[in-house]
Design a protein around this ligand. Structure first.
Ligand code: UDX
Length: 437
């Protein structure tokens, strides 16, 4: 199939490269000429393990290319995937400007030519957006008859850091088709995928994505709330989570306690759903609580540092890890931002390190950046593990002892070896771990 993909962010690039790997002719479209040129030169604009290789394979086979020629490319494609951004506004609601403009561009490109074309929304959009915003925009700008067009919503569930394996081997495909044309084309496109395929209408597909993300976010906040009780009672929450997870109705996944969830999806999607519920004048206590726990959870680490050090003023605090999770350079909604701001607010001197995300973090928060964990720990009064990068989670107790002024280690991801650290005489406290565990 000839596939046009609008937007070359995480979703667009991974989607395009995956369809190219399956043998389709894919063109990734972007309005930024430098982004298109970089893509065609084989450069991957984002840090995502496996993506540079997948993009290069597509470029080499000739199945994948970048282009800025929206009109010509869309007009000759069979399907156009909308993978543009949907940023949050101040009030948590979503800014749909890019989706609306993508739909207008598609409409203008298709014009009155009655060749069949299917428009598939992959951007995360609130229920009814495909039917009530994208569809009318395309019809209005093309002036076309509805019958020659297909519309569908096909949500993307990939995780940063594992986006490529997630896209190549999805655990589900949701096809929210508005008509037979879209359903037939998407059935064919996903014909060889070995996972369950759910067929539904567009608004249901849109809701599956929100409900999934909000549920996982709620699961993490629930784990955090219970883990705080465990901490107070000297119980190891990881063992509790293991016991809970043995019940296959619960599953052990997304039950890791820690400093909370960040990233481009969970916080934004929960906020958008909350804003949408408010518009509908419906209560959304679970969504509200999910966010409230997630905002207060990272501050626990600051409280512990203050408890141990008396005052944070003038204290040197090392943040190990700045990305919202390992294997990404993404710092959007990273809990390290909240912790760094709170520490700076108490006049601590903050020094951070991250194997990939230090530069991005610098744009959000003005802290000192160290080139290595050891350099960050030098003369520190307290170290806080914010991201469980393997190189930080496996730091030897001797490293903390040799470099720090006071070996106080607070573990925001419950990832370090508690016994080894405590045996070495390090003052160690971890979210979800009783003080003496
Ligand atoms: C998420 C969804 O998993 C994915 O399906 C969707 O398409 C996009 O949003 P992502 O944001 O990349 O993916 O990361 P994910 O691995 O889900 O982690 C999100 C956050 O939750 C991270 O900050 C992570 O540290 C935190 N988390 C996750 C926990 O604190 N505990 C857990 O048990 C799991």
């Amino acid at each position: 199939m000839r596939i046009a993909v609008m937007g070359t962010g995480y979703v667009g690039l991974v989607t395009g490269a995956t369809f190219a790997a399956a043998g389709h002719d894919v063109v990734c479209l972007d309005i930024l000429p430098e982004r298109v040129a970089a893509l065609n030169a084989g450069e991957c604009p984002i840090f995502e393990p496996g993506l540079p290789e997948l993009l290069k394979a597509g470029l080499t086979s000739g199945k994948l290319r970048g282009s800025g020629e929206m009109t010509a490319e869309i007009a000759t494609a069979d399907l156009t995937f909308v993978c543009v951004g949907t940023p949050s506004r101040e009030d948590g609601s979503m800014d749909m400007t890019q989706v609306k403009s993508a739909a207008a561009t598609i409409g203008n490109a298709l014009g009155r030519d009655e060749r069949e074309h299917v428009i598939v929304v992959k951007s995360t959009v609130l229920p009814r957006t495909t039917e009530e915003l994208v569809l009318p925009q395309v019809l209005e700008h093309s002036g076309r008859n509805r019958a020659s067009l297909g519309f569908a919503m096909n949500p993307e569930f990939l995780r940063e850091g594992t986006a490529v394996p997630d896209a190549l081997n999805p655990d589900r495909v949701v096809i929210g088709a508005a008509d037979e044309l879209a359903l037939t084309q998407l059935r064919e496109l996903y014909g060889n995928v070995k996972c369950p395929i759910l067929e539904c209408d567009p608004r249901t597909a849109e809701m599956v994505k929100y409900a999934s993300n909000a549920f996982l976010a709620a699961k993490v906040s629930y784990a955090n709330e219970i883990s705080n009780l465990c901490e107070a009672w000297g119980i190891n929450f990881a063992t509790v989570a293991e016991g809970m997870g043995l019940d296959d109705r619960i599953s052990p996944r997304f039950l890791r306690a820690g400093a909370g969830f960040g990233g481009s999806c969970f916080p934004k999607d929960v906020k958008a759903l909350l804003a949408a519920a408010a518009t509908e004048k419906l209560p959304a206590a679970m969504l509200d609580a999910t966010l409230a726990v997630n905002e207060s959870q990272p501050l626990l680490l600051v409280e512990w540092a203050r408890d141990a050090l008396g005052s944070l003023k003038g204290r040197r605090v090392a943040l190990l890890g700045l990305a919202f999770k390992p294997d990404t350079d993404d710092v959007r909604e990273a809990r390290a931002v909240i912790v760094a701001h709170a520490l700076l607010g108490e006049e601590a001197s903050v020094i951070g390190c991250d194997p990939q995300a230090a530069a991005n973090f610098g744009a959000l928060c003005n802290i000192e950046i160290a080139a290595s964990a050891e350099a960050a720990l030098d003369d520190a009064d307290c170290a806080i593990l914010m991201t469980e990068w393997p190189e930080y989670a496996t730091l030897a107790p001797a490293t903390f002892k040799e470099h720090m002024a006071r070996p106080l280690v607070l573990d925001g991801r419950c990832a370090l070896d508690a016994k080894a650290l405590r045996d070495a005489g390090i003052e160690y406290r971890a979210i979800g771990l009783g003080k003496s565990e």
